[in-house]
Design a protein around this ligand. Structure first.
Ligand SMILES: *[C@@H]1O[C@H](CO)[C@@H](O)[C@H](O)[C@H]1NC(C)=O
Ligand SMILES: *[C@@H]1O[C@H](CO)[C@@H](O)[C@H](O)[C@H]1NC(C)=O
Ligand SMILES: *[C@@H]1O[C@H](CO)[C@@H](O)[C@H](O)[C@H]1NC(C)=O
Ligand SMILES: *[C@@H]1O[C@H](CO)[C@@H](O)[C@H](O)[C@H]1NC(C)=O
Ligand SMILES: *[C@@H]1O[C@H](CO)[C@@H](O)[C@H](O)[C@H]1NC(C)=O
Ligand SMILES: *[C@@H]1O[C@H](CO)[C@@H](O)[C@H](O)[C@H]1NC(C)=O
Ligand SMILES: *[C@@H]1O[C@H](CO)[C@@H](O)[C@H](O)[C@H]1NC(C)=O
Ligand SMILES: *[C@@H]1O[C@H](CO)[C@@H](O)[C@H](O)[C@H]1NC(C)=O
Ligand SMILES: *[C@@H]1O[C@H](CO)[C@@H](O)[C@H](O)[C@H]1NC(C)=O
Ligand SMILES: CC(=O)N[C@H]1CO[C@H](CO)[C@@H](O)[C@@H]1O
Length: 532
């Protein structure tokens, strides 16, 4: 089989010419036969002296073939001359190796070595090398072609809380892969798919290591003044990602994008929303804020450089040359103006009248201020311009009815027919005058921030009273009044039960005083009418 003689591909001829190198002891005679690496004499001769002209035949060694003369001749100069030439035999290519390759290091000539290697994922069964060598009379490859066998992996590892897709064990050969799935509510840590790979050329192993299934639950993060823009739910699992932003007036500190880690923690850590604006409206004395400012108060802050305009509470007016604004400064505090100052009503001229009862300004800034009143009687021959002998200090610092309130002569019409101007705090009348005739209609319009409590339209009835009863302008109370921070005293919301109690007591007293005043007046009036 193997020792087939092939054609000479690259004739490597061992052409040796020995000339004077082997000088004979005596001219005309040759010394011992030359030793050639590729051929040897047919007839062994141990002689050391050969006559000129003698020709000896050489045979090529095994693995060589004769390409020229096979004779060695002793020439006339006593030198061996020969052109004995043997070429190495060339051997058949051992054939293709399925899933591998045969590597010819030098050539396929006698004595050379070839190497076998398998493709990746295949392991070599047999010898990795083979040599062309002589075996007895024949020449042959020392080892036959090896086999390349695909590497196999053992069954994929089992994991807790999950399973893999593989079923048929025969499929677990090099390059095959299986996919793991976790039980519901468990999350993957690692790669879902693993593949059969080969290490150390022959060993099949699964790589990467199988995933683990673990319950990693992150809870919905609590971010004061922040909002989770994407991803809603009570809890999240491994690698769920949230996008977070802060409310207006707040700036995000940390990463706006976080994900749930295997250890059930958010990574990077949950960011915070730090103030980047002014938050609670400033507490400026005697100031009332627009209602619209309250609706945003709990969710947002006022950005830096925001200007908010304020109004003075009834009975107060802006301090002169004050801008009536609060500005949110860089350091997140409000720059406020002085606020509002109390409006005083002038002390009435006591000529022709005397005060029966009154209320005065408790602050001491004014003698009389908004909502104070005087109940008076006029001297002989003078009569009060109001039916009840009462005058109140208005928000604008004027008395209503005006002072002095005693006029000479009897204002018959004011008693007989028609109605007096209804007293509306924090509101206006469609027609403003001191006296209204019977059947006259008046529409009440409350100031901004106040709303009508009672009928909006009233008519002066024949019995000199307004019908239906005179309404009140009450402050519109924001829905979130309860949440007003204690101490801010905004919008007249009463922050504590104690204050509510005091207010109710005061109101009760006011009613009693009014009742007394009325009784006194009616008595006075009756006396007066009797005299008439
Ligand atoms: C044999 O040898 C001679 C002399 O060295 C050479 O000229 C000739 O080409 C050779 N023949 C072959 C077939 O190699
Ligand atoms: C023998 O030797 C002589 C002189 O050195 C030389 O000229 C001659 O060519 C040689 N003959 C052979 C056959 O080598
Ligand atoms: C997965 O979690 C939900 C919510 O906690 C629970 O209702 C459900 O039973 C869980 N399912 C499994 C298979 O554990
Ligand atoms: C998981 O698989 C992806 C793509 O298949 C690969 O890029 C990544 O390196 C793998 N991770 C590990 C830990 O092996
Ligand atoms: C691969 O060979 C190295 C070095 O000989 C050995 O430490 C390792 O355990 C082998 N790996 C396998 C999977 O057999
Ligand atoms: C804030 O800035 C204003 C103007 O620069 C300054 O007057 C005020 O004192 C600062 N307030 C605080 C609390 O630093
Ligand atoms: C006042 O209103 C009533 C009912 O709305 C109407 O009957 C009456 O004529 C009105 N009075 C005047 C003076 O317009
Ligand atoms: C009050 O009267 C005005 C004008 O007469 C009318 O337009 C309005 O609708 C009335 N309001 C009510 C609540 O009756
Ligand atoms: C005044 O008149 C109105 C209707 O005209 C009536 O409802 C009311 O009770 C009267 N008031 C008095 C004190 O008589
Ligand atoms: C010098 C000598 O002997 N040459 C010989 C070499 O071999 C060829 C072929 O066998 C002969 O023809 C030559 O005479």
């Amino acid at each position: 089989m193997f020792p087939m003689l092939l054609t000479v591909s690259d004739p490597i001829l061992f052409h040796v010419i020995l000339v004077a190198a082997l000088l004979a002891p005596a001219l005309g005679d040759c010394g011992p036969l030359p030793t050639l690496p590729f051929a040897s004499p047919v007839m062994q001769s141990y002689g050391t002296n050969f006559k000129t002209g003698i020709a000896l035949r050489y045979n090529c060694h095994r693995g060589y073939w004769r390409v020229n003369s096979s004779h060695v001749i002793c020439d006339i100069n006593g030198s061996w001359f020969y052109n004995v030439s043997c070429a190495k035999r060339q051997y058949r290519h051992p054939g293709e190796l399925a899933n591998g390759k045969v590597e010819i290091i030098t050539d396929l000539l006698f004595g050379s070595t070839i190497e076998f290697s398998c493709s990746k994922g295949y392991s070599l069964i047999g010898s990795a090398t083979s040599q062309c060598e002589s075996q007895g009379k024949a020449v042959d490859w020392s080892y036959p072609l090896p086999e390349c066998v695909i590497v196999k992996c053992e069954s994929p590892p089992d994991i807790s809380n999950g399973k893999h897709s593989g079923g048929d064990e025969d499929l677990y050969t090099y390059g095959s892969s299986v996919t793991y799935i976790c039980d519901p509510n468990d999350s993957f840590i690692g790669n879902a798919s693993i593949s059969c790979v080969v290490v150390n050329k022959t060993v099949g192993v699964w790589s990467p290591s199988p995933p683990t299934c673990k319950k990693s639950i992150c809870h919905h993060p609590h971010i004061p003044k922040g909002t989770v823009l994407s991803g809603f739910g009570l809890f999240y699992t491994y690698q769920d990602t949230l996008l977070i932003s802060c409310n207006k007036g707040y700036i995000l500190k940390g990463s706006s994008m976080i994900h749930c880690e295997a250890n059930s923690k958010w990574y990077p850590s949950v960011p915070t929303c730090e103030p980047n604006g002014c938050h609670v409206l400033s507490d400026i004395p005697h100031v009332s804020w627009e209602k619209s400012l309250f609706t945003i108060r709990n969710q947002e802050a006022f950005e830096i450089r925001t200007q908010v305009k304020y109004q003075c509470k009834p009975g107060y007016r802006p301090a002169p040359n004050e801008p009536q604004t609060a500005i949110c400064q860089e350091n997140l505090t409000w720059a406020v103006s002085k606020g509002c100052e109390r409006v005083c009503c002038p002390t009435p001229n006591m000529g022709k009248m005397r005060i029966i009862s009154e209320s005065r300004d408790l602050t001491g800034i004014c003698v009389y201020s908004y909502e104070d009143y005087v109940l008076y009687m006029c001297d002989e021959g003078y009569y009060p311009i109001s039916t009840d002998g009462r005058s109140s200090c208005q928000a604008d610092g004027t008395w209503n009815p005006k002072m002095p309130a005693c006029e000479s002569g009897f204002r018959y019409d004011s008693i007989i027919a028609g109605c007096l101007k209804p007293e509306i705090r924090n509101g206006k009348l469609s027609v403003e005058k001191d006296h209204y005739i019977e059947m006259e209609n008046v529409t009440i319009q409350c100031d901004p921030g106040y709303e009508v409590a009672g009928p909006q339209n009233i008519t002066c009835s024949e019995n000199r009273t307004w019908y239906p009863e005179v309404p009140k302008c009450e402050q519109e109370v924001p829905v979130d009044c309860k949440q007003v921070v204690v101490g801010t005293k905004l919008m007249g919301c009463l922050p504590s039960p104690a204050e509510v109690k005091i207010t109710l007591e005061v109101y009760k007293l006011t009613l009693k005083v009014k009742q007394l005043e009325k009784e006194i007046y009616m008595k006075t009036l009756r006396n007066f009418l009797k005299k008439e």
